[in-house]
Design a protein around this ligand. Structure first.
Ligand SMILES: [Zn+2]
Length: 269
């Protein structure tokens, strides 16, 4: 891991202020978990460069390493139960998002991985930072008249015209994005008025995080770089111009935040 190129994040992505304090109990060297001194948002203070996310630190490798690490952990049996619960939760919330995707038009999936979660109907577009995964996804998107691009999301989204998409899927993506404000701003312009982002991201305020502490499933070093709570995600989204709607309002008991961010009907690109 020593050859990973990384950089410090200059400001808090939620309130845009400098100044943060290291949270020692969650920090795993060399990746400091910090809390913003102004708004409390928790994030990784140092993040890998995008180039390293393309191959060296690609998600599929990270996931395999994390699995090995957890296997060795004393709490492994408890963890297996948690995973079952997570899997079940995933099915329920995936159905929620699937229902919310429009039957026609154009839908973008950011961080699509090796396939797509966009249901049949609309023309699917994808952006995937891992080279290997984007190659696997390519024939699936192209077979349905769409396309997938291997790029950092903040660059890939610039390919599209303003007011282009009916809906944008961000599932298990925003927690990886070192510039969540920038991607939400760029997505806002590409959504049609009334268009929506369907978003799922780990919930830092979940009861499970308090119980499991540093072993909580939301911690992944260094690929999870944002630790949103209901409050911080809402503050970030609203400051960009979105209307914020819950899809799982009982979120205290959920390891994930499942929300809809709507570009107001009256909004200009
Ligand atoms: Zn802040």
């Amino acid at each position: 891991m020593s050859e990973v190129r990384s950089h410090e994040r200059p400001v808090c992505e939620v309130c845009s202020k400098t100044g943060a304090t290291v949270v020692d109990k969650y920090t795993r060297s060399p990746w400091p978990v910090v809390a913003c001194n102004s708004c409390g948002f928790v994030y990784l203070g140092r993040v890998p460069d995008y180039e390293d996310l393309s191959v060296n630190l690609a998600w599929e490798k990270q996931a395999a390493e994390e699995k090995q690490r957890r296997k060795k952990n004393k709490l492994a049996r408890f963890d297996a139960l948690t995973r079952f619960r997570l899997k079940f939760g995933k099915l329920v919330d995936r159905a929620r998002h699937t229902r919310a995707v429009p039957a026609t038009g154009r839908v973008l999936e950011i961080g699509c991985g090796p396939s797509t979660r966009i249901p049949e109907g609309p023309t699917p577009y994808g952006i995937e930072i891992s080279e290997a995964l984007s190659k696997r996804a390519q024939p699936i998107f192209e077979g349905r008249g769409g396309a997938v691009y291997h790029e950092p999301a903040t660059d890939g989204i610039e390919r599209f015209e303003d007011n282009f998409f009916d809906s944008i899927l961000m599932r298990s993506y925003l927690e990886h994005e070192a510039q969540p404000r920038l991607i939400l701003e760029r997505a806002f312009k590409r959504l049609k008025p009334g268009g929506k982002i369907l978003l799922r991201s780990p919930n830092y305020n979940s009861a499970n995080r308090f119980i499991r502490g540093s072993e909580w499933c939301g911690f992944r070093f260094p690929d999870h770089v944002n630790y949103f709570t209901p409050r911080s995600l809402k503050a970030l989204a609203e400051s960009v111009g979105y209307e914020f709607h819950w899809m799982n309002w009982m979120s205290l008991f959920d390891d994930n935040l499942i929300v809809e961010l709507k570009k107001p009907q009256a909004a200009a690109a």
